[in-house]
Design a protein around this ligand. Sequence first.
Ligand code: ADP
Length: 500
Amino acid sequence: MMLRELATAGSGAKTLQSVCTAAANTLNPHDIPFALFYQVNSEGNWAELVAASGLTPDSAAVFPTVLLSSNDSEWRLNEVFQSRKPLLLTDVAERFGVLPVEPWPERPHSAFILPILSNNKEQVECLLVAGISPRLQFNSEYRSFLELVAQQVESSIATARSYEQERQRAEALAELDRAKTTFFSNVSHEFRTPLTLMLSPAEDALCDRDDPLSPHQRQRLEVVQRNGLRLLKLVNTLLDFSRIESDRISAVYEPTDLATFTAELASVFRSAIEKASLRLVVDCPPLAEPIYVDRQMREKIVLNLLSNAFKFTFTGEITVCLHQVGDGVELAVKDTGIGIPPAEIPHLFERFHRVKGAQGRTFEGSGIGLALVQELVKLHGGTVQVSSALGEGSCFRVSIPTGCAHLPPERIEATRTMTSTAMGAAPYVEEALQWLPQESKGAAEEQTTPLDDSDPPQPPYPPNPPLVSYALLTSFLTKQNSDGVRICRNSLIFRNTDVG
Ligand code: ADP
């Protein structure tokens, strides 16, 4: 009975010390009137008392530490440590005088000292001094019983050790993760500065009415701008992640007319969706109250879901609905696209997870869009769910509570202190337009003048043309100055990594 209790008591213990304490508290004093548990240090020269029962620290028999290298150590622990064999000590009274232990009026005169070995049996972890009951004979049964006690403690210590190793491994991984987060954060900042410095002169040149670009130059610069923005969007997403991971993201929740906000966001995708011969259905009736959201985050949630719906839908329609459901508001972005295999659904919101072989409008993608959506939804105290049927379509539902009781009060209508990573809807739509076959890109693309005769012949675009074609790159590389070359190489590297 006591052994079972001992096993139960030790099973939850997470350190050697707590295993020994649990064991000491469980030992029945009628069978074992006193017990001392000594932990052996890693060098094997000291043993330290970590738990005791029956004897108080002021007893002459209790030593806080015992030198194991001494030839005549107290309780002869050194001998048991060296030999790794139990030892019966029959001169307890001679050594330490009368021991004031209960429950019997007679005092124990003997003790059995047992080694408790490590899991791999290579070292002595602990030494157990077990007092022999003055009312029991030390026969083979009693001895086996004490050995079973030691074995039970041994296996509980092994469990505690593996728990400890697991904890250390988890800590090492967490440390690695922290280092990765810091790296991502630093790298994102490093990328953002040159990207912004590249993008602003490109935009200046494209918008300069006093010194307009030739159509040919404009077309080239638009390629630079588009890809720069795309890269910036990706870098911003990485920065969002590193901020979320390091708990440095600070949302600003503002009461918002979410129906209008959602409908407006959806409508910026309308032209791209219609150019792809799809229908956009927006069903966002006015809500009874303003909803507290971080608008920049909410924008990313809606745009990521819409952009995915567009990427993976070739016929039919995309529906964006927003309704009050119970104490919350539910956004549903529904498509009639390729659908998602059931086995993939549980992994969909994992970072960098992409569905293998999914036939979208493009191979582009990094697998972080949905993971970011989930993190941003969590920051609103909400949930995101997906239902899907292969070949029929998918529906992503984002629910967030109404009111603001669930939000940190200091972040409500607070001032933004961090550099914004929001870029608005334009880069999403621009990107989506690039996924359309050449002939459906529409007015914006039709207005651009074809490259002049002096340019090398362009290969026909594949149905889903990459953003930067090799031919276009070659023409850049041969004609641009060194800065231009650097821009092209960035685009090329980005594209290759992306496809790979
Ligand atoms: P990315 O789109 O950059 O690959 P996401 O995290 O946004 O990354 O999406 C992860 C994967 O989930 C996608 O690669 C795609 O396979 C799948 N997916 C997401 N949205 C849809 C959708 N509406 N229809 C079908 N598959 C989708």
